[in-house]
Design a protein around this ligand. Structure first.
Ligand code: ARG
Length: 544
């Protein structure tokens, strides 16, 4: 546990309320401060200094702190002992998990992410889903949860009617296409469908043939699937994310479940016929959720209900997380409500939609190419890799994706994102590489790197040390809140503290135990930076 939580608990035991510990504003005020006595004094109608003294006398922190100080109108200044801080870092250093505590109750967590569409290249939206979902996967796995990724690709639906029909019209070998060529084909098919009524009729017939399992149609559909999977996997490999074929559970997975789901919903009365369509009415929504259209077709929502049914059933999930753009928030709110009503999603299972904002172009508008289509993932990576090497390019993009509130839009400004100064991924990589460089120097000069931190005389090293001991707590918060930007800000603060430490404290040029301790301290900082970056899916090279 970090010192903030430990001290908070002990003060709460003495004061009866959350002390709301704050980092001290100046080093002479110690490490933390609390104004809890001022708050209590109001409600108790007693002088604040008297209340503060009472808390100081009763709180049990002598093993960790210097004598507490009563300051000003009734503040309590808290200074950890040098030994307590040093021991904290030493234990992070000795811990292979660097202070990240395994969850007390490990869960089975389904994460639905990436989920691109077959025969279409992935665009910036899918890039965000893939990066964010991968970070959740890594963080929850690190905490000891069992993560079950589900790549809910769009591999079924009426669009396959026109795609297959277009392939037959053009007499091409679908198996020989690249994903880019399939994307082009998609556009031609869509244009053809709009302009040629005869073709549109054939395309609609082709949908029926696909659903009926017609051999030729299914073969072409499978070829399109294979081509798409190859393209998706290339993108995943390039991004260094953990998705594999075994995580694929596209919309078609649920085909056979759909009539069963509909039967169950009708039988339980959760769904009712309205104007020829089968609907679920949920309180608080202005339109019903359509389960079966009046023409008999099933939609996106029906598939999502079938997916929840499997995720709670055979996959045995305790928590289900969906990562899509924020515009689908309404869809998921309604699907969750319907699934609860239908009994597919018991209250014991948490379902969360994490919506992310748009990636904006330099002009502040949705990032589109000149002909108005969403920018592809590949072209973004290409652009970034023109500036810098791949690990740095990926750090730039992933960090930009994760370091702001997810639901905010962000501007894809490559020059800013790849800079090694400021709040960027490459800056954190650089902070890590610089520590490695100091450690290499120590090794070259045969200087002993301590495995214990014993002495931390300077304020700058104490600040750094305290931050290091907070890592586990921050990771736990991110897992609960699904807000990776908290981990980003923490790592940014840590990198800043390392820089201020270098300014204030010589390392190689210091001596004896202080030098050993400082080398151990930066080793712990390096470990935490590397581990934290890894949780964000970002590599931490030893040299830059
Ligand atoms: N294929 C969808 C899209 O590209 C995302 C699917 C998200 N997952 C889900 N279970 N609906 O927008």
């Amino acid at each position: 546990m970090s010192y903030v939580s430990e001290l908070s608990q002990r003060f709460e035991a003495a004061a009866g309320v959350d002390p709301e510990l704050r980092p001290a504003t100046k080093p002479q005020f110690g490490h933390f401060q609390t104004s809890v006595a001022l708050r209590l004094a109001k409600s108790e109608g007693k002088p604040p200094r008297e209340v503060a003294q009472r808390i100081i006398d009763s709180v049990d922190v002598a093993d960790l702190c210097e004598p507490l100080e009563l300051a000003g109108p009734g503040f309590i200044n808290i200074r950890l002992t040098e030994k307590a801080i040093a021991d904290g870092v030493t234990s992070v250093l000795a811990d292979p998990r660097h202070g990240v505590e395994p969850a007390a109750e490990p869960q089975r967590v389904v994460i639905d992410y990436s989920s691109p569409n077959v025969a279409k290249t992935m665009h910036v939206g899918h890039l965000r889903s893939t990066i964010i979902g991968d970070a959740f996967n890594r963080i929850l796995t690190a905490l000891g949860h069992t993560v079950i990724p589900q790549n809910h690709i769009g591999d079924w639906g009426t669009q396959f009617g026109m795609l297959v029909e277009q392939i037959l019209t053009e007499d091409i070998d679908a198996g020989a296409l690249t994903l880019e060529q399939a994307d082009e084909l998609y556009k031609r098919a869509a244009a053809h469908y709009r302009s040629d009524e005869e073709f549109a009729v054939l395309a609609r017939k082709r949908v029926v043939a696909l659903q009926a399992g017609d051999e030729q149609t299914i073969t072409i559909w499978q070829q399109l699937m294979a081509v798409s999977k190859t393209g998706f996997n290339e993108a995943y490999e390039r991004l260094g994310v953990k998705l594999v074929d075994a995580d694929l559970a596209g919309e078609s997975t649920y085909n056979d479940d759909l009539p069963v789901v509909v039967g169950e919903l009708e039988a339980s009365g959760a769904a009712v016929i309205d104007d020829g369509a089968l609907c679920i009415f949920n309180e608080g929504f202005n339109a019903p959720l359509i389960i079966r259209k009046s023409d008999g077709g099933y939609g996106y929502a029906t598939t999502d209900l079938a997916a929840i049914r499997r995720r709670v059933g055979p996959l045995d999930a305790d928590r289900i997380i969906y990562v899509t753009d924020v515009r689908q928030a309404g869809h998921f709110a309604q699907v969750f409500a319907a699934a609860r009503k239908a009994g597919y999603l018991p209250e014991s299972v948490q379902a969360e939609h994490v919506g992310y904002g748009m990636v904006l172009g330099p002009d502040g508008r949705p990032f589109k190419t000149r002909d108005g289509v969403a920018v592809t993932l590949t072209s973004l990576l290409d652009a970034a890799e023109e500036h810098v090497a791949r690990p740095i390019a990926l750090a730039a993009i992933k960090y930009a994706d994760l370091s702001n509130g997810l639901n905010k839009d962000y501007v894809f400004d490559l020059d800013r994102m790849v800079a090694t100064t400021g709040d960027t991924g490459p800056y954190l990589q650089y902070a890590h590489a610089r520590i490695c460089q100091v450690l290499r120097k120590a090794e070259a000069e045969e200087i002993q790197v301590g495995d214990k931190v014993l002495e931390l005389p300077e304020a700058a090293e104490q600040t750094l040390a305290l931050l290091i001991t907070r890592f586990g707590e921050v990771v736990g918060e991110v897992a609960d809140t699904l807000q990776p930007h908290r981990l980003c800000s923490y790592l940014y603060e840590l990198a800043g503290a390392v820089a201020r430490f270098y300014d204030a404290c010589p390392v190689i040029k210091s001596e004896g135990l202080v030098r050993e301790s400082r080398l151990a301290l930066i080793t712990a900082a390096k470990d935490v930076l590397a581990e934290g970056l890894d949780m964000l899916g970002i590599e931490a090279p030893d040299r830059m």
